[in-house]
Design a protein around this ligand. Structure first.
Ligand code: ATP
Ligand code: MG
Length: 460
């Protein structure tokens, strides 16, 4: 996929995600405000219900009186007119008294009855939040009754001072016993629990899903970039391989042409020289093919080790011997510092030779003229440490993170003209791990690189 397309997808997707998130926020806000309005109207319905009941309670004495009256009506007709008159007088006196001094009535309210009214009214409206309520007297400038519904659920809650001043200024209040002239007090109510608790689950769910979408989205983008990189690496690999194969094939073709030319055809010495070139190039080709095959094997995870008692020092010496031509051609210097007293480990000799060979080959390849390579060994309890250090071009931290990836090659600076497949260290890592050993790399750009491998004495 082309780069601009990936970025277009990222931008579109981000745009869509932001859009979804914004509309979610808007929707949640709207539903919360609707919820709030609904709640407020329910609270006031309940408060008004309580107020009505209190009003009726105040006038109740007369009603009771009247009903008592009507009960006795049939049995005692004479007493009735007397009682009725009495009741009328009482009612009028009371009504006068009430309009003149409503405070007195407010003070006489029965706390238990009010509590019952409140409980009933709020239950009817389906409000089960924690709250405190109180009967406030304007004349006294204080509460006559305060009841804490929260205390039933949460007895330790006693922020009384704070709550009372809040209760006084609450938005949930209705006037009590209002007359035409004034109102002696009010019924105030204050919610003490958090109003968020009911919305929390939905908000949390929203948050979780949004985070999930973001995560999946980022992962997808990450995968796209990773795949793109791998595909780029594979293309590089194919280019590299073709190039590596082309050189020996071209050389062989040139050598055979030369042999066939009449001038050389009769010169045995020259023919011998060209045949040697053909043989050398052929073995180079074979090596290349072997390399690719090995990696194909790695892919299938068919790692079989032939474990024997192996002398690491011996294998190192053998590796140096194998690389003699390469070392000489770049006039490389090898410094051996074998400090391990017990160099024997259980290992597959061929593979550890290849491991050392790959690392030393890199040390030669990625160094300036006349490389200097130090090979040091040390025993640690239960094994041997092999360190291969060069004073070459080195790598940055970011590059170090990838060197064990298949097909990875540092593609900047002067590494560009050095041939390779980016497979050597992938091989190293796979077989180091197969030996249950550990590999570590220290490197600094322009200073050098050190590969450190810790082999256990026994693999099994
Ligand atoms: N000693 C080193 N100093 C600096 N860079 C190194 C060193 N060893 C490895 N590298 C970097 O790590 C990359 C990967 O190394 P690796 O051996 O896997 O591949 P390669 O050498 O490019 O190809 P080949 O498959 O032929 O070994 C190299 O291309 C190089 O950029
Ligand atoms: Mg290499």
């Amino acid at each position: 996929m082309e780069r601009w397309k990936i970025w277009a997808i990222i931008s579109l997707m981000s745009f869509a995600l932001i859009g979804v998130a914004m509309s979610q926020i808007y929707w949640i806000k709207w539903s919360i405000s609707l919820d709030q309005k609904n709640f407020t109207s329910k609270v006031f319905r309940a408060l008004n219900e309580v107020r009505n009941k209190i009003d009726i309670e105040i006038k109740n004495i007369d009603i009771e009186f009247n009903s008592h009256n009507s009960d006795t009506l049939s049995s005692n007709t004479e007493a009735t007119s007397e009682d009725w008159r009495e009741s009328q007088i009482l009612k009028e006196t009371k009504s006068l008294e009430y309009s003149l001094n409503p405070d007195a009535f407010l003070e006489k309210l029965n706390p238990d009855k009010i509590n019952q009214y409140v409980e009933e009214a709020f239950e009817q409206q389906g409000i089960d939040n924690d709250f405190i309520y109180g009967i406030y007297s304007n004349k006294k400038d204080d509460f006559l009754i305060v009841k804490d519904r929260t205390a039933i659920n949460n007895p330790s809650n006693s922020d009384d001072e704070l709550n009372l001043s809040e209760l006084k200024n609450t938005k949930y209040k209705v006037s009590l016993l209002s007359t035409e002239f004034n109102s002696p007090g009010s019924l105030n109510l204050l919610f003490t629990g958090s109003s968020w608790s009911s919305k929390l689950p939905i908000l949390l769910l929203n948050l979780i899903f949004t985070i999930l979408i973001l995560f999946v989205f980022s992962y997808t983008i990450y995968t796209i970039f990773k795949q793109k990189k791998i595909s780029q690496m594979k293309t590089d690999f194919v280019n590299n391989m073709t190039h590596e194969f082309k050189t020996p094939i071209a050389t062989i073709s040139l050598a055979t042409d030369s042999i066939l030319s009449p001038v050389i055809f009769n010169d045995k010495e020259k023919i011998k020289k060209f045949i040697n070139i053909i043989k050398e190039e052929n073995s180079r080709l074979l090596n290349q093919v072997e390399n690719v095959l090995q990696i194909a094997k790695l892919d299938k995870r068919k790692i079989e080790l032939t474990l024997t008692e192996t002398d690491v020092h011996e294998v190192l010496d053998e590796t140096i011997q194998h690389l003699k031509l390469k070392l000489d051609s770049k006039s490389a210097k090898i410094i051996k510092d074998y400090q391990a007293i017990d160099p024997f480990i259980e290992a597959d000799e061929t593979h550890i030779l290849n491991i050392f060979s790959n690392i030393i080959e890199n040390a030669i390849k990625y160094s300036f003229d006349s490389p200097e390579i130090t090979i040091r060994t040390n025993n640690f309890n239960g094994g041997i440490i092999v360190s291969i250090k060069d004073k070459g071009i080195g790598m940055s931290k970011e590059e170090l993170n990838h060197i064990f990836d298949k097909f990875y090659r540092v593609s900047t600076g002067n590494v560009h003209n050095i041939k390779g497949f980016g497979l050597g260290l992938a091989y190293v890592k796979t077989f180091v791990e197969a030996h249950k050993a550990k590999i570590k790399v220290k490197s600094e750009k322009g200073v050098g690189t050190e590969f450190i491998i810790r082999f256990q004495k026994n693999v099994t």
